[in-house]
Structures are given as structure tokens and as C-alpha cells.
Design a protein around this ligand. Structure first.
Ligand SMILES: NC(=O)C1=CN([C@@H]2O[C@H](COP(=O)(O)OP(=O)(O)OC[C@H]3O[C@@H](n4cnc5c(N)ncnc54)[C@H](OP(=O)(O)O)[C@@H]3O)[C@@H](O)[C@H]2O)C=CC1
Ligand SMILES: N[C@@H](C[C@H]1CC(C(=O)O)=NO1)C(=O)O
Length: 329
């Protein structure tokens, strides 16, 4: 692993939504990184950032001024469209979270990154991301057992982004509610049926456009592949005042539980949990650490697409290998 980087890592943010704001805020906590600018599809004057804001077309003449682009668009449509194109000219990091499509996204980014000798770290964040990593470790350590993932209660950015993309939806937030009884049964060692339907409920609050077809919106949500199909889902239509008053917070969290065995009958429970005051800010914090790793991998000539499974933890830290080894004691 390349030790400490000699100059700050120069970061560009693509897309200024909740996640983009989180990266902008989070970067101020990392002395080895600097924000070069925010890049948006909108008119820069319409973007409420105090940082330099550019049009996407400005990236063309800024290739030599940016080390890593953190792609903060929505996974439903933005990342699949933007990431392959931007990968031609930049090392990138994204928080792509359409789980079913991650293998395909990896292959697309890998081909472009190898053709252009750069790095594309995909599906960072917490799920996918740190939850994925912990599921891997838990299953490697406890090969005999079962793994359960629970999210919430809180706001899923991906699911909220997805409903906001539906025609006729002006504003939308999706809450994920875990089945706490099922969690208790798992921890008590009971036999459980863990399915989409049994494990979570999804509750959506939507502000519809004035002339929108509300029945069509409900149908679009409940039949949305990869996001809502299989889950018990509620859709509530509210006015903009109620939305702004009660549904703009973005707390979340969850836990990965591996109930395993270290012999035929001795049980071990591996649990990794998160309690997040701000889902987007934490997701941004993970993407920032992986932006550091992406730049190091680029400097080592270790090109191509990477997931959290492919990157040694030490690459995430600003500390040198020697400093980290002292912390093992
Ligand atoms: N892996 C993980 O654990 C997690 C992943 N995510 C992923 O992050 C993605 C982004 O989430 P989030 O930032 O909440 O999504 P937002 O809807 O806030 O932003 C998505 C994009 O929409 C555009 N946008 C934002 N605000 C406005 C506006 N007022 N008017 C017009 N366009 C706007 C921005 O692009 P532009 O500036 O170009 O207009 C922005 O990049 C989610 O879709 C999810 O997939 C999120 C949390 C966890
Ligand atoms: N990717 C998720 C992060 C977690 C949250 C979640 C859910 O509530 O279904 N699944 O994964 C997000 O966009 O918030």
C-alpha cells in the first residue's frame, strides 16, 4: 500500500443532492483532501452550495485538476447513465445501491476503467457497502449459520430517490420499518422465516403534482422491480406543508446479524449495527474514505472496477502502514 499521499487528494462532487451535500460537508473533516468543485446538470446559479459550482460540461477541461470524482446521483437512473461516461476520464467512486444490478454495473465500469487506466469504486456506502463487508466477514468466520439484514426504522435514500423519479411525484420519502419481533426471535435462536414480506414494511409519503394520477403513482411504486416488489408497502399522499414539516429528516440505520455455530451446537452471534442521524451524511463519509482508497489504487496502477470486497481496509485510512500496525497492539 502506498503510504501517506504527499499532496491533498483533489475531489470533484458530481450531483448536488443529499449525498452531494454530505460529501461537501464531510470533506471538511479530512485534511488530506480538498474539494475542487461541485458539478451539476442544473444551472450552477440554482445550486445552493458555497463551493465552486460548475456545469457537467466544464469537467472536460478540468481533468488535470481532479484526482477523484465522487458520483452522488441517484441509483435509479443517474448513476447508470453518468458513471460509464465519466469513467472514461476520471477515477470515480459511487454509492450505487440497486443491489440486483451491481454485478452488471461492475462489469460496465470495469471495462471502461481498464480501457482508460483508472479506478472505479462502486457500491460504497452502508448497504451496499459496510453491511456487505460485514456479511462477508461473518460468513467467512462462521460458515455454519444464517445471515439476516435489517434496516431502519428510517429513510432509505435509494427508495426515496426512486419514488421521486415517478411521473407526477413532486416530493417523496420512503421509510423502512423492520419487524422487531422477528429480530428478537432470531436472537433467541428460534427458527424463523426471513423474507422481504416478513422482515420489513415500506411506508411512502408522497406530494403529488396537482394533476397527477395518484392511482398510477401507487401502482408504479408497488410494482417497482428491485425496490418495492415483495414488500408490504403503504403509500400516503400529503400536502407540501406536511411534507416539509414532518418528512425532511433523514435518520436511518440497521444491523447485520449472523447467527452461527463454532461447533455442532455452540452458538455465536456476529452483529454489526449502525445508528445514523443522517443517512446521506454517513453514506458520504464512507464514499470519502473510499475516494482516498481509489486514489491510492490509481497511484499504484491497480486499475479497474472495485467493490468494498476488493480493497484492503488500510487503503481507507490516512495513516501509514507503520502507524496502523502500532494500533494493532
Ligand atoms: N450505498 C448506500 O448505502 C447508499 C446509497 N445511496 C444512494 O445515493 C443516491 C443519491 O441519494 P440522494 O443524494 O438522497 O438523492 P437526491 O435525490 O437528493 O439527489 C440525486 C440527484 O438529483 C439531483 N437533484 C438534487 N436536488 C435537486 C433539485 N432540488 N432539483 C433538481 N435536481 C436535484 C442532483 O443532481 P444534479 O445536481 O446534477 O441536478 C443529485 O445528484 C440514492 O439514489 C442511493 O441510491 C444513498 C444512501 C445509502
Ligand atoms: N442503500 C440504502 C441504504 C440501506 C437502507 C435500505 C432500506 O431502507 O431498504 N437499504 O439499504 C439507502 O439508499 O438508504
Amino acid at each position: 500500500m502506498t503510504n501517506r499521499i504527499e499532496h491533498p487528494i483533489r475531489i470533484g462532487i458530481v450531483g448536488y443532492g443529499n449525498l452531494g451535500k454530505g460529501v461537501e460537508t464531510g470533506l471538511t473533516l479530512h485534511p488530506d483532501m480538498e474539494l475542487i468543485g461541485v458539478f451539476t446538470r442544473r444551472n450552477p446559479e440554482d445550486v445552493p452550495s458555497k463551493s465552486p459550482v460548475y456545469r457537467m460540461t466544464d469537467l472536460e477541461q478540468m481533468k488535470d485538476r481532479i484526482d477523484v470524482l465522487v458520483l452522488c446521483g441517484g441509483s435509479a437512473t443517474d448513476i447508470p447513465e453518468q458513471a460509464p461516461e465519466l469513467q472514461k476520464d476520471f477515477t470515480t467512486v459511487n454509492a450505487y445501491d440497486n443491489h440486483a444490478e451491481i454485478p452488471a454495473h461492475f462489469d460496465i465500469i470495469n471495462e471502461v476503467a481498464l480501457q482508460n487506466n483508472n479506478v472505479g469504486v462502486i457500491a460504497t456506502g452502508w448497504d451496499p457497502g459496510l453491511f456487505s463487508l460485514n456479511r462477508l466477514v461473518a460468513e467467512a468466520v462462521l460458515p455454519k449459520g444464517d445471515t439476516y439484514t435489517f434496516w431502519g426504522s428510517g429513510v432509505s435514500q435509494g427508495h426515496s430517490d426512486a419514488i421521486r423519479r415517478i411521473e407526477g411525484v413532486k416530493l417523496g420519502t420512503q421509510y423502512t420499518i423492520p419487524n422487531e419481533t422477528l429480530i428478537e426471535d432470531i436472537k433467541e435462536g428460534k427458527e424463523v422465516a426471513y423474507t422481504k414480506t416478513s422482515s420489513h414494511k415500506r411506508v411512502c409519503y408522497v406530494v403529488a403534482e396537482t394533476d397527477a394520477d395518484q392511482a398510477a403513482i401507487v401502482e408504479s411504486i408497488k410494482t417497482m422491480k428491485d425496490y418495492f416488489v415483495g414488500y408490504e408497502t403503504e403509500v400516503h399522499f400529503i400536502d407540501e406543508d406536511e411534507y416539509e414539516k414532518n418528512h425532511t429528516g433523514m435518520p436511518h440505520g440497521g444491523r447485520v446479524i449472523r447467527r452461527g455455530y463454532t461447533d455442532e451446537e455452540t452458538m455465536a452471534v456476529y452483529e454489526f449495527g449502525l445508528e445514523l442521524g443522517s443517512n446521506p451524511q454517513f453514506t458520504a463519509a464512507v464514499s470519502i474514505a473510499y475516494a482516498r482508497a481509489a486514489h491510492r489504487l490509481y497511484q499504484e496502477g491497480n486499475y479497474g472496477a472495485k467493490t468494498v470486497f476488493d480493497i484492503a481496509p488500510a487503503y481507507l485510512s490516512p495513516k501509514t502502514g507503520a502507524e496502523l500496525r502500532k494500533e494493532l497492539l
